[in-house]
Design a protein around this ligand. Structure first.
Ligand code: HEM
Length: 519
Protein backbone atom coordinates (compact mmCIF):
# COMPACT_ATOMS: atom_id res chain seq x y z
CA UNK A 1 0.00 0.00 0.00
CA UNK A 2 1.45 3.38 -0.92
CA UNK A 3 0.91 6.34 1.34
CA UNK A 4 -1.47 8.91 -0.12
CA UNK A 5 0.10 12.14 -1.37
CA UNK A 6 -1.63 14.12 1.40
CA UNK A 7 -0.65 11.74 4.23
CA UNK A 8 3.11 12.07 3.67
CA UNK A 9 5.03 14.28 6.10
CA UNK A 10 5.95 17.67 4.68
CA UNK A 11 9.43 19.00 4.05
CA UNK A 12 10.84 21.58 6.46
CA UNK A 13 14.10 23.45 6.93
CA UNK A 14 16.28 22.42 9.86
CA UNK A 15 14.76 25.36 11.73
CA UNK A 16 11.41 23.60 11.41
CA UNK A 17 9.92 25.99 8.86
CA UNK A 18 7.71 24.38 6.21
CA UNK A 19 9.16 24.41 2.69
CA UNK A 20 6.44 25.15 0.19
CA UNK A 21 8.67 25.48 -2.89
CA UNK A 22 11.66 23.15 -3.22
CA UNK A 23 11.99 23.69 -7.00
CA UNK A 24 12.63 27.41 -7.46
CA UNK A 25 14.99 29.87 -5.85
CA UNK A 26 13.55 33.18 -4.76
CA UNK A 27 14.30 35.68 -7.54
CA UNK A 28 13.28 39.16 -8.63
CA UNK A 29 11.00 38.21 -11.47
CA UNK A 30 10.92 34.78 -13.07
CA UNK A 31 14.32 35.23 -14.76
CA UNK A 32 16.31 36.48 -11.73
CA UNK A 33 18.48 37.93 -10.21
CA UNK A 34 18.43 35.81 -7.02
CA UNK A 35 17.95 37.26 -3.55
CA UNK A 36 20.25 36.60 -0.61
CA UNK A 37 17.66 36.23 2.16
CA UNK A 38 16.67 32.96 0.54
CA UNK A 39 17.10 30.89 3.73
CA UNK A 40 15.93 27.52 2.44
CA UNK A 41 18.14 27.70 -0.65
CA UNK A 42 21.23 28.78 1.33
CA UNK A 43 20.70 26.11 3.98
CA UNK A 44 20.20 23.40 1.37
CA UNK A 45 23.26 24.27 -0.71
CA UNK A 46 25.64 25.11 2.12
CA UNK A 47 24.81 21.89 3.93
CA UNK A 48 25.34 19.95 0.72
CA UNK A 49 28.72 21.71 0.34
CA UNK A 50 29.73 20.14 3.66
CA UNK A 51 28.36 16.62 3.16
CA UNK A 52 31.71 14.89 3.06
CA UNK A 53 34.05 14.42 5.98
CA UNK A 54 37.63 13.37 5.29
CA UNK A 55 37.66 9.71 4.39
CA UNK A 56 39.74 7.38 6.53
CA UNK A 57 43.42 7.76 5.63
CA UNK A 58 43.46 3.95 5.37
CA UNK A 59 40.52 1.52 5.22
CA UNK A 60 38.32 4.17 3.53
CA UNK A 61 36.10 1.63 1.78
CA UNK A 62 34.16 -0.60 4.11
CA UNK A 63 30.84 -1.94 5.29
CA UNK A 64 29.40 -2.06 8.80
CA UNK A 65 26.89 -4.57 10.13
CA UNK A 66 25.55 -5.47 13.56
CA UNK A 67 25.05 -8.65 15.52
CA UNK A 68 26.15 -10.30 18.71
CA UNK A 69 29.04 -12.14 20.29
CA UNK A 70 28.07 -15.22 22.32
CA UNK A 71 30.54 -16.44 24.91
CA UNK A 72 31.29 -20.11 25.62
CA UNK A 73 32.41 -19.32 29.19
CA UNK A 74 35.54 -21.38 28.55
CA UNK A 75 38.87 -21.22 26.80
CA UNK A 76 38.78 -24.59 25.08
CA UNK A 77 38.15 -26.95 28.02
CA UNK A 78 39.32 -24.65 30.77
CA UNK A 79 37.29 -22.08 32.70
CA UNK A 80 38.07 -18.77 31.06
CA UNK A 81 38.21 -17.02 34.44
CA UNK A 82 41.62 -18.66 34.94
CA UNK A 83 42.93 -16.31 32.24
CA UNK A 84 40.73 -13.21 32.08
CA UNK A 85 38.11 -11.54 34.21
CA UNK A 86 36.62 -9.68 31.21
CA UNK A 87 32.90 -9.98 31.86
CA UNK A 88 31.80 -10.59 28.29
CA UNK A 89 33.63 -13.96 28.20
CA UNK A 90 32.58 -15.44 31.55
CA UNK A 91 29.16 -17.05 31.19
CA UNK A 92 28.30 -19.62 28.55
CA UNK A 93 25.57 -18.20 26.32
CA UNK A 94 26.09 -14.57 27.35
CA UNK A 95 25.50 -12.25 24.41
CA UNK A 96 27.14 -8.89 23.80
CA UNK A 97 26.01 -6.49 21.04
CA UNK A 98 28.61 -5.85 18.36
CA UNK A 99 29.18 -3.65 15.33
CA UNK A 100 31.64 -5.06 12.79
CA UNK A 101 33.29 -3.12 9.97
CA UNK A 102 35.05 -4.94 7.15
CA UNK A 103 37.22 -2.90 4.82
CA UNK A 104 39.90 -2.77 2.18
CA UNK A 105 42.95 -0.71 3.08
CA UNK A 106 44.51 1.31 0.32
CA UNK A 107 41.76 2.45 -2.07
CA UNK A 108 39.52 5.46 -1.52
CA UNK A 109 35.94 5.43 -0.34
CA UNK A 110 34.50 4.31 -3.72
CA UNK A 111 37.35 2.02 -4.81
CA UNK A 112 37.06 -1.59 -5.98
CA UNK A 113 36.53 -4.30 -3.38
CA UNK A 114 38.29 -6.78 -5.65
CA UNK A 115 41.70 -5.21 -4.95
CA UNK A 116 44.65 -7.28 -3.80
CA UNK A 117 44.88 -5.66 -0.41
CA UNK A 118 44.70 -6.71 3.24
CA UNK A 119 41.14 -6.60 4.56
CA UNK A 120 40.21 -4.92 7.83
CA UNK A 121 38.15 -6.87 10.37
CA UNK A 122 37.16 -4.46 13.14
CA UNK A 123 34.77 -5.48 15.92
CA UNK A 124 33.21 -3.13 18.46
CA UNK A 125 31.80 -4.99 21.48
CA UNK A 126 29.28 -2.84 23.39
CA UNK A 127 29.93 -4.47 26.77
CA UNK A 128 28.46 -3.59 30.17
CA UNK A 129 31.94 -2.41 31.17
CA UNK A 130 32.15 -0.03 28.20
CA UNK A 131 33.28 -0.65 24.66
CA UNK A 132 36.00 -3.01 23.50
CA UNK A 133 37.36 -2.67 19.97
CA UNK A 134 39.31 -5.50 18.37
CA UNK A 135 40.77 -3.97 15.20
CA UNK A 136 42.41 -6.62 13.05
CA UNK A 137 43.00 -7.88 9.55
CA UNK A 138 42.46 -11.06 7.50
CA UNK A 139 46.11 -12.07 7.06
CA UNK A 140 47.32 -12.49 10.64
CA UNK A 141 50.55 -10.52 10.27
CA UNK A 142 51.63 -7.05 9.13
CA UNK A 143 54.28 -5.40 6.92
CA UNK A 144 56.21 -3.69 9.70
CA UNK A 145 56.80 -4.11 13.42
CA UNK A 146 57.38 -0.52 14.55
CA UNK A 147 54.62 2.09 14.30
CA UNK A 148 57.11 4.79 13.29
CA UNK A 149 57.25 3.17 9.83
CA UNK A 150 53.47 3.19 9.25
CA UNK A 151 53.26 6.44 7.23
CA UNK A 152 56.09 5.15 4.99
CA UNK A 153 54.59 1.75 4.29
CA UNK A 154 51.21 3.35 3.56
CA UNK A 155 52.73 6.02 1.30
CA UNK A 156 54.49 3.28 -0.66
CA UNK A 157 51.24 1.34 -1.08
CA UNK A 158 49.03 4.37 -1.84
CA UNK A 159 48.95 5.99 -5.28
CA UNK A 160 52.07 7.77 -6.51
CA UNK A 161 51.88 11.47 -5.54
CA UNK A 162 52.54 12.46 -9.17
CA UNK A 163 50.79 9.84 -11.34
CA UNK A 164 48.16 8.95 -8.72
CA UNK A 165 48.46 5.31 -9.74
CA UNK A 166 49.38 2.50 -7.37
CA UNK A 167 52.88 1.76 -8.65
CA UNK A 168 54.49 -1.66 -8.06
CA UNK A 169 57.87 0.05 -8.48
CA UNK A 170 57.24 2.17 -5.38
CA UNK A 171 55.75 -0.71 -3.38
CA UNK A 172 58.65 -3.07 -3.95
CA UNK A 173 61.22 -0.28 -3.64
CA UNK A 174 60.04 0.15 -0.04
CA UNK A 175 59.51 -3.55 0.66
CA UNK A 176 62.95 -4.47 -0.71
CA UNK A 177 64.43 -2.30 2.06
CA UNK A 178 62.06 -3.74 4.68
CA UNK A 179 62.90 -7.40 5.25
CA UNK A 180 60.29 -7.79 7.99
CA UNK A 181 57.60 -7.36 5.30
CA UNK A 182 58.41 -10.72 3.62
CA UNK A 183 55.95 -12.77 5.66
CA UNK A 184 53.11 -10.34 4.91
CA UNK A 185 54.04 -10.20 1.21
CA UNK A 186 53.96 -13.99 0.87
CA UNK A 187 50.43 -13.89 2.27
CA UNK A 188 49.22 -10.83 0.38
CA UNK A 189 50.39 -11.93 -3.07
CA UNK A 190 49.03 -15.46 -2.60
CA UNK A 191 45.36 -16.19 -3.36
CA UNK A 192 44.51 -15.10 0.20
CA UNK A 193 45.26 -11.52 -0.92
CA UNK A 194 41.88 -11.26 -2.68
CA UNK A 195 39.20 -12.78 -0.39
CA UNK A 196 36.08 -13.83 -2.35
CA UNK A 197 33.94 -11.63 -0.11
CA UNK A 198 34.01 -10.55 3.52
CA UNK A 199 31.88 -13.54 4.56
CA UNK A 200 34.58 -15.96 3.43
CA UNK A 201 37.63 -14.62 5.18
CA UNK A 202 39.37 -15.11 8.49
CA UNK A 203 40.18 -12.31 10.89
CA UNK A 204 43.06 -11.84 13.31
CA UNK A 205 43.84 -9.36 16.05
CA UNK A 206 47.44 -9.47 14.69
CA UNK A 207 48.97 -7.51 17.56
CA UNK A 208 49.70 -9.22 20.86
CA UNK A 209 47.45 -8.23 23.74
CA UNK A 210 47.18 -9.35 27.36
CA UNK A 211 44.49 -10.92 29.46
CA UNK A 212 44.26 -10.22 33.20
CA UNK A 213 42.50 -12.49 35.71
CA UNK A 214 41.06 -11.83 39.15
CA UNK A 215 44.43 -12.40 40.78
CA UNK A 216 45.93 -9.75 38.46
CA UNK A 217 47.94 -12.44 36.68
CA UNK A 218 48.56 -11.73 33.01
CA UNK A 219 49.05 -13.82 29.88
CA UNK A 220 49.85 -12.80 26.32
CA UNK A 221 47.10 -13.49 23.78
CA UNK A 222 46.44 -13.46 20.05
CA UNK A 223 42.91 -13.48 18.57
CA UNK A 224 41.64 -15.46 15.55
CA UNK A 225 38.22 -15.24 13.83
CA UNK A 226 37.33 -18.36 11.80
CA UNK A 227 34.41 -18.08 9.35
CA UNK A 228 31.82 -20.88 9.59
CA UNK A 229 31.17 -20.18 5.88
CA UNK A 230 34.69 -21.38 5.02
CA UNK A 231 37.54 -19.46 3.40
CA UNK A 232 37.37 -18.57 -0.31
CA UNK A 233 39.51 -16.37 -2.51
CA UNK A 234 39.40 -14.93 -6.02
CA UNK A 235 41.93 -15.49 -8.76
CA UNK A 236 43.19 -12.37 -10.52
CA UNK A 237 40.98 -13.27 -13.50
CA UNK A 238 37.84 -13.74 -11.36
CA UNK A 239 38.53 -10.47 -9.61
CA UNK A 240 38.95 -8.63 -12.92
CA UNK A 241 35.67 -10.03 -14.24
CA UNK A 242 33.77 -8.98 -11.10
CA UNK A 243 35.42 -5.57 -11.07
CA UNK A 244 34.32 -4.91 -14.64
CA UNK A 245 30.71 -4.91 -13.43
CA UNK A 246 30.77 -4.03 -9.77
CA UNK A 247 33.14 -2.10 -7.51
CA UNK A 248 31.25 -3.05 -4.36
CA UNK A 249 30.58 -6.78 -4.71
CA UNK A 250 31.73 -7.64 -1.17
CA UNK A 251 29.48 -5.08 0.52
CA UNK A 252 26.59 -6.24 -1.63
CA UNK A 253 27.25 -9.89 -0.80
CA UNK A 254 27.27 -9.24 2.94
CA UNK A 255 24.22 -6.97 3.03
CA UNK A 256 22.18 -9.25 0.79
CA UNK A 257 23.07 -12.36 2.80
CA UNK A 258 21.88 -10.62 5.96
CA UNK A 259 18.69 -9.44 4.24
CA UNK A 260 18.02 -13.06 3.20
CA UNK A 261 18.46 -14.20 6.80
CA UNK A 262 21.71 -16.05 6.03
CA UNK A 263 23.59 -14.66 8.98
CA UNK A 264 27.35 -15.07 8.67
CA UNK A 265 29.14 -16.46 11.68
CA UNK A 266 32.71 -16.59 12.95
CA UNK A 267 34.21 -18.45 15.89
CA UNK A 268 36.67 -16.56 18.07
CA UNK A 269 39.74 -18.57 19.06
CA UNK A 270 42.53 -17.37 21.29
CA UNK A 271 46.18 -18.37 21.59
CA UNK A 272 47.69 -17.94 25.03
CA UNK A 273 51.33 -17.61 26.07
CA UNK A 274 52.80 -16.89 29.49
CA UNK A 275 53.66 -13.23 29.93
CA UNK A 276 57.41 -13.16 29.46
CA UNK A 277 59.98 -12.72 26.72
CA UNK A 278 60.13 -16.39 25.72
CA UNK A 279 63.84 -16.61 24.98
CA UNK A 280 63.29 -20.20 23.86
CA UNK A 281 61.41 -19.01 20.76
CA UNK A 282 63.21 -17.94 17.60
CA UNK A 283 60.91 -14.92 17.31
CA UNK A 284 59.63 -12.26 19.66
CA UNK A 285 56.03 -12.81 20.83
CA UNK A 286 55.45 -9.04 20.57
CA UNK A 287 56.44 -8.96 16.87
CA UNK A 288 53.37 -8.54 14.64
CA UNK A 289 55.21 -9.86 11.58
CA UNK A 290 55.05 -13.31 13.21
CA UNK A 291 52.40 -15.91 13.93
CA UNK A 292 52.58 -18.14 16.99
CA UNK A 293 53.04 -21.80 15.99
CA UNK A 294 49.68 -23.51 16.48
CA UNK A 295 51.23 -26.77 17.69
CA UNK A 296 52.83 -25.05 20.64
CA UNK A 297 50.11 -22.47 21.23
CA UNK A 298 46.84 -24.01 20.07
CA UNK A 299 44.06 -21.56 19.23
CA UNK A 300 41.18 -22.41 21.58
CA UNK A 301 37.54 -21.34 21.09
CA UNK A 302 36.00 -18.74 23.40
CA UNK A 303 32.82 -17.72 21.60
CA UNK A 304 31.06 -16.98 18.35
CA UNK A 305 30.08 -13.90 16.39
CA UNK A 306 26.83 -13.65 14.43
CA UNK A 307 25.98 -10.75 12.11
CA UNK A 308 22.26 -10.25 11.61
CA UNK A 309 21.45 -6.59 10.89
CA UNK A 310 22.48 -4.06 8.29
CA UNK A 311 22.96 -0.37 8.92
CA UNK A 312 20.06 1.95 8.23
CA UNK A 313 22.34 4.79 7.14
CA UNK A 314 25.78 4.37 5.64
CA UNK A 315 27.17 7.75 6.70
CA UNK A 316 26.02 7.66 10.33
CA UNK A 317 26.92 4.06 10.98
CA UNK A 318 29.72 3.12 8.56
CA UNK A 319 31.50 6.37 7.71
CA UNK A 320 31.45 7.71 11.27
CA UNK A 321 32.01 4.49 13.19
CA UNK A 322 35.35 4.82 14.94
CA UNK A 323 37.46 1.94 16.21
CA UNK A 324 40.69 2.05 18.15
CA UNK A 325 43.18 -0.32 19.72
CA UNK A 326 43.14 1.74 22.91
CA UNK A 327 39.53 0.79 23.57
CA UNK A 328 39.78 -2.11 26.07
CA UNK A 329 37.69 -3.25 29.02
CA UNK A 330 38.66 -4.58 32.44
CA UNK A 331 40.34 -7.99 32.08
CA UNK A 332 42.03 -7.05 28.78
CA UNK A 333 45.29 -5.12 28.49
CA UNK A 334 47.97 -3.88 26.10
CA UNK A 335 51.29 -5.55 25.53
CA UNK A 336 54.49 -3.66 24.71
CA UNK A 337 54.14 -4.58 21.02
CA UNK A 338 55.64 -1.47 19.37
CA UNK A 339 52.95 -1.38 16.71
CA UNK A 340 50.11 -1.65 19.19
CA UNK A 341 51.38 1.29 21.20
CA UNK A 342 51.63 3.48 18.07
CA UNK A 343 48.25 2.39 16.77
CA UNK A 344 46.66 3.24 20.08
CA UNK A 345 47.67 6.89 19.67
CA UNK A 346 46.79 7.05 15.96
CA UNK A 347 43.16 5.92 15.90
CA UNK A 348 41.58 8.40 18.30
CA UNK A 349 43.88 11.12 16.96
CA UNK A 350 42.64 10.67 13.39
CA UNK A 351 39.02 10.33 14.55
CA UNK A 352 39.13 13.67 16.37
CA UNK A 353 40.22 15.16 13.05
CA UNK A 354 38.09 13.08 10.70
CA UNK A 355 34.83 12.86 12.64
CA UNK A 356 35.30 15.60 15.25
CA UNK A 357 36.26 15.93 18.91
CA UNK A 358 32.87 14.64 20.08
CA UNK A 359 32.94 11.50 17.89
CA UNK A 360 32.27 9.34 20.95
CA UNK A 361 28.85 10.97 21.43
CA UNK A 362 27.59 9.62 18.10
CA UNK A 363 25.15 6.75 18.60
CA UNK A 364 27.29 4.17 16.77
CA UNK A 365 30.34 5.00 18.88
CA UNK A 366 28.66 5.43 22.25
CA UNK A 367 29.28 2.86 24.95
CA UNK A 368 25.57 2.12 24.77
CA UNK A 369 25.52 -0.73 27.31
CA UNK A 370 27.56 1.09 29.95
CA UNK A 371 27.08 4.39 31.77
CA UNK A 372 29.18 7.22 30.38
CA UNK A 373 29.89 9.97 32.91
CA UNK A 374 32.71 12.36 32.16
CA UNK A 375 33.72 15.95 32.83
CA UNK A 376 34.58 16.39 29.16
CA UNK A 377 32.47 19.27 27.93
CA UNK A 378 31.62 21.30 24.86
CA UNK A 379 33.66 21.40 21.67
CA UNK A 380 32.37 21.39 18.13
CA UNK A 381 29.07 19.58 17.68
CA UNK A 382 28.71 18.60 21.35
CA UNK A 383 25.47 16.65 21.25
CA UNK A 384 24.66 16.34 24.93
CA UNK A 385 26.26 16.59 28.36
CA UNK A 386 27.95 13.27 29.20
CA UNK A 387 26.15 12.06 32.34
CA UNK A 388 26.95 14.85 34.78
CA UNK A 389 26.79 14.09 38.51
CA UNK A 390 23.93 15.30 40.70
CA UNK A 391 25.23 18.86 40.77
CA UNK A 392 25.38 20.21 37.21
CA UNK A 393 27.61 23.09 38.35
CA UNK A 394 30.45 20.70 39.11
CA UNK A 395 32.22 19.69 35.92
CA UNK A 396 35.50 19.01 37.69
CA UNK A 397 36.87 16.39 40.06
CA UNK A 398 37.58 16.24 43.02
CA UNK A 399 34.79 18.21 44.68
CA UNK A 400 33.09 18.05 48.08
CA UNK A 401 29.92 19.66 46.73
CA UNK A 402 28.87 16.97 44.26
CA UNK A 403 30.02 15.87 40.87
CA UNK A 404 31.57 12.64 39.79
CA UNK A 405 34.01 10.66 41.93
CA UNK A 406 36.71 8.19 41.00
CA UNK A 407 35.77 4.53 40.58
CA UNK A 408 37.21 2.07 43.15
CA UNK A 409 40.81 1.16 42.40
CA UNK A 410 41.19 -2.13 40.49
CA UNK A 411 44.24 -2.90 42.65
CA UNK A 412 47.93 -2.90 41.95
CA UNK A 413 49.14 -2.27 38.40
CA UNK A 414 49.83 -5.60 36.75
CA UNK A 415 52.59 -6.79 34.50
CA UNK A 416 56.31 -7.23 34.70
CA UNK A 417 58.71 -4.68 36.15
CA UNK A 418 60.58 -3.16 33.22
CA UNK A 419 63.98 -1.52 33.34
CA UNK A 420 66.12 -0.44 30.42
CA UNK A 421 67.97 2.42 28.82
CA UNK A 422 65.96 4.75 26.60
CA UNK A 423 67.01 3.84 23.10
CA UNK A 424 65.99 3.56 19.44
CA UNK A 425 66.75 -0.01 18.44
CA UNK A 426 65.10 -2.81 16.57
CA UNK A 427 64.11 -5.89 18.59
CA UNK A 428 66.90 -8.51 18.80
CA UNK A 429 65.02 -11.56 17.40
CA UNK A 430 63.86 -10.23 14.04
CA UNK A 431 64.02 -13.56 12.16
CA UNK A 432 62.54 -11.96 9.04
CA UNK A 433 62.54 -14.96 6.71
CA UNK A 434 61.76 -18.24 8.47
CA UNK A 435 57.98 -17.87 8.81
CA UNK A 436 57.73 -16.41 5.29
CA UNK A 437 59.41 -19.57 3.96
CA UNK A 438 57.26 -21.83 6.12
CA UNK A 439 54.14 -20.12 4.85
CA UNK A 440 55.25 -20.74 1.26
CA UNK A 441 55.87 -24.42 1.99
CA UNK A 442 52.40 -24.78 3.54
CA UNK A 443 50.76 -23.68 0.28
CA UNK A 444 49.24 -26.02 -2.28
CA UNK A 445 51.01 -26.15 -5.62
CA UNK A 446 48.43 -23.90 -7.31
CA UNK A 447 48.80 -21.32 -4.55
CA UNK A 448 52.57 -21.31 -4.96
CA UNK A 449 52.16 -20.91 -8.72
CA UNK A 450 49.77 -18.01 -8.21
CA UNK A 451 52.10 -16.32 -5.71
CA UNK A 452 55.14 -16.63 -7.98
CA UNK A 453 53.18 -15.38 -10.98
CA UNK A 454 51.90 -12.36 -9.03
CA UNK A 455 55.36 -11.47 -7.79
CA UNK A 456 56.96 -11.85 -11.22
CA UNK A 457 54.30 -9.76 -12.96
CA UNK A 458 54.59 -6.85 -10.55
CA UNK A 459 58.29 -6.94 -9.68
CA UNK A 460 59.15 -6.94 -13.38
CA UNK A 461 57.86 -3.32 -13.36
CA UNK A 462 60.62 -2.41 -10.86
CA UNK A 463 64.19 -1.17 -11.36
CA UNK A 464 66.81 -3.93 -11.61
CA UNK A 465 68.35 -3.28 -8.14
CA UNK A 466 64.90 -3.63 -6.56
CA UNK A 467 64.30 -6.87 -8.47
CA UNK A 468 67.64 -8.27 -7.33
CA UNK A 469 67.04 -7.37 -3.72
CA UNK A 470 63.58 -8.96 -3.76
CA UNK A 471 65.02 -12.20 -5.20
CA UNK A 472 67.72 -12.09 -2.51
CA UNK A 473 65.05 -11.86 0.20
CA UNK A 474 62.99 -14.67 -1.33
CA UNK A 475 66.09 -16.92 -1.54
CA UNK A 476 66.64 -16.32 2.17
CA UNK A 477 62.99 -17.22 2.87
CA UNK A 478 62.81 -20.40 0.79
CA UNK A 479 65.02 -21.70 -2.05
CA UNK A 480 62.14 -22.68 -4.31
CA UNK A 481 60.40 -19.30 -3.94
CA UNK A 482 63.60 -17.38 -4.67
CA UNK A 483 64.58 -19.59 -7.59
CA UNK A 484 61.15 -19.42 -9.22
CA UNK A 485 60.70 -15.65 -8.86
CA UNK A 486 64.32 -15.21 -9.97
CA UNK A 487 63.71 -17.38 -13.01
CA UNK A 488 60.67 -15.30 -13.96
CA UNK A 489 62.75 -12.13 -13.73
CA UNK A 490 65.90 -13.57 -15.32
CA UNK A 491 67.91 -13.34 -12.08
CA UNK A 492 70.01 -16.24 -10.74
CA UNK A 493 71.27 -16.73 -7.18
CA UNK A 494 74.77 -15.92 -8.48
CA UNK A 495 73.47 -12.54 -9.73
CA UNK A 496 72.50 -11.54 -6.18
CA UNK A 497 75.39 -13.15 -4.27
CA UNK A 498 77.25 -9.82 -4.15
CA UNK A 499 74.51 -8.12 -2.12
CA UNK A 500 75.32 -7.37 1.50
CA UNK A 501 72.68 -7.58 4.21
CA UNK A 502 70.77 -4.32 4.60
CA UNK A 503 72.16 -1.78 7.08
CA UNK A 504 71.47 -2.95 10.63
CA UNK A 505 69.83 -6.15 9.44
CA UNK A 506 70.04 -9.04 11.92
CA UNK A 507 70.53 -12.46 10.28
CA UNK A 508 69.99 -15.85 11.90
CA UNK A 509 72.46 -18.73 11.49
CA UNK A 510 70.07 -20.28 9.00
CA UNK A 511 69.94 -17.03 7.00
CA UNK A 512 73.75 -16.97 6.88
CA UNK A 513 73.90 -20.57 5.67
CA UNK A 514 71.46 -19.75 2.90
CA UNK A 515 73.53 -16.67 1.99
CA UNK A 516 76.69 -18.75 1.76
CA UNK A 517 75.01 -21.02 -0.80
CA UNK A 518 74.10 -18.17 -3.17
CA UNK A 519 77.43 -17.82 -4.99
C1 HEM B 1 42.19 2.02 10.31
C2 HEM B 1 46.48 3.66 11.73
C3 HEM B 1 48.25 -0.79 11.78
C4 HEM B 1 43.81 -2.47 11.07
C5 HEM B 1 43.23 2.85 10.62
C6 HEM B 1 43.16 4.28 10.60
C7 HEM B 1 44.35 4.73 11.00
C8 HEM B 1 45.19 3.60 11.26
C9 HEM B 1 44.78 6.19 11.16
C10 HEM B 1 41.93 5.09 10.22
C11 HEM B 1 40.98 5.10 11.36
C12 HEM B 1 39.80 6.00 11.14
O1 HEM B 1 39.89 6.94 10.36
O2 HEM B 1 38.77 5.77 11.81
C13 HEM B 1 47.30 2.59 11.91
C14 HEM B 1 48.67 2.67 12.37
C15 HEM B 1 49.17 1.41 12.35
C16 HEM B 1 48.12 0.54 11.91
C17 HEM B 1 49.38 3.94 12.78
C18 HEM B 1 50.54 0.92 12.71
C19 HEM B 1 51.28 1.50 13.57
C20 HEM B 1 47.21 -1.63 11.61
C21 HEM B 1 47.29 -3.06 11.72
C22 HEM B 1 46.03 -3.52 11.50
C23 HEM B 1 45.16 -2.40 11.28
C24 HEM B 1 48.53 -3.86 12.07
C25 HEM B 1 45.55 -4.92 11.53
C26 HEM B 1 45.77 -5.68 12.56
C27 HEM B 1 43.00 -1.40 10.82
C28 HEM B 1 41.59 -1.50 10.52
C29 HEM B 1 41.14 -0.21 10.28
C30 HEM B 1 42.27 0.66 10.46
C31 HEM B 1 40.77 -2.77 10.47
C32 HEM B 1 39.74 0.20 9.87
C33 HEM B 1 38.85 0.44 11.04
C34 HEM B 1 37.48 0.79 10.53
O3 HEM B 1 36.87 -0.08 9.88
O4 HEM B 1 37.03 1.92 10.75
N1 HEM B 1 44.49 2.45 11.01
N2 HEM B 1 46.99 1.29 11.66
N3 HEM B 1 45.91 -1.27 11.35
N4 HEM B 1 43.37 -0.08 10.79
FE1 HEM B 1 45.16 0.60 11.24
Amino acid sequence: MTTGEHDRPTLTTRQGHPVSDNQNQRTVGARGPATLENYHFLEKISHFDRERIPERVVHARGVTTYGYFEAYGKLGDEPISRFTRAKLFQEAGKRTDVAVRFSTVIGGRDSAETARDPRGFAVKFYTEDGNWDLVGNNLGVFFIRDAIKFPDVIHALKPDPVTFRQEPARIFDFMSQTPESMHMLVNLFSPRGIPATYRFMQGFGVNTYKWVNDRNETVLVKYHWMPKQGVRSLTVEDAAAIQANDLGHATKDLMEAIDRGEYPEWELLVQVMSDDEHDELDFDPLDDTKVWPENDFPPRPVGRLVLNRNVSNNFAENEQISFGTGVLVDGLDFSDDKMLVGRTFSYSDTQRYRVGPNYLQLPVNQAKNADVRTNQRDGMMAYHVDGAGENPHVNYEPSITGGLREAPSPGEEVGPVITGRLTRRRIPRTNDYKQAGQRYLLMHQWERDDLVQNFVTLISECARPVQERMVWHFLLAEDELGLRVGQGLGITPADVAHLDPLPGQVLTDEDRQRLSRLG
